[in-house]
Design a protein around this ligand. Sequence first.
Ligand code: MLT
Length: 248
Amino acid sequence: MRHEIDVFSSSISFNEQDVRNKTVVVIDVLRACSTIQTALENGAAGIIPLAENDDAGRYTRYLDPGSVLLCGEKDGKKVEGYQLGNSPLEFTGEAVSGKTILLKTSNGTRAITRSISASDILVGSFLNLSAVVDVLKSDDVLKSDKGKEILLICSGWNSRLSIEDMLCAGAITHRLYESRLPDDAADGVKVAYGLYEKFGAEIPALMRECNHAKRLRELGYEEDIAYCSQVDLFASVPGLRDGVLSIR
Ligand code: MLT
């Protein structure tokens, strides 16, 4: 059965056929999508999301070393030899302005690169919630032939659901449906929407308690949790074009 909007629960919960010619919003609140948003807002020239089996050298050998930053995490920790990890707070204007960023993360960039057959790939988080909703509501996405179906892909954590991503998907569906959930909505939408109805007024509290926040806290990234809980800090939406993420 075809639904206008659907929600997927992890970076590997969909295949190439599921996303083909759809409008996809990849959500990774903690932290890849919040980091991408922050880096672009702070002047990064573009972000190349790397797939899990990508060799960064494939790209760096063609790029001016002075203009490239290799960034990313494994198990939440900065990869040895990379210049930055995946904490949004590292991606200051001073660090990233004018740079092309190669970013490899466990689930977020995997979800983006696995969505490559979509007609549009947008990057969503709480930081740009309203901007994402505005783009999805706009004529060019909802009414054009190419973008009739919207898939919200929650990146999750190592094939598991992450509640903060599902909550963000719920916030998006709540706004798209203007607080009137249709009876025939997809099951994934009902779950996300229901979660947001229950916890939408307590985003920072729910984020502090989620599984990944506990992992990040143990790694010393406490500040990232509060930072990524902020709603509408920014009013732009990153999108993927020719393999590079930039502000649309
Ligand atoms: C991911 O892609 O799984 C995350 O962004 C992990 C992280 O918090 O660094």
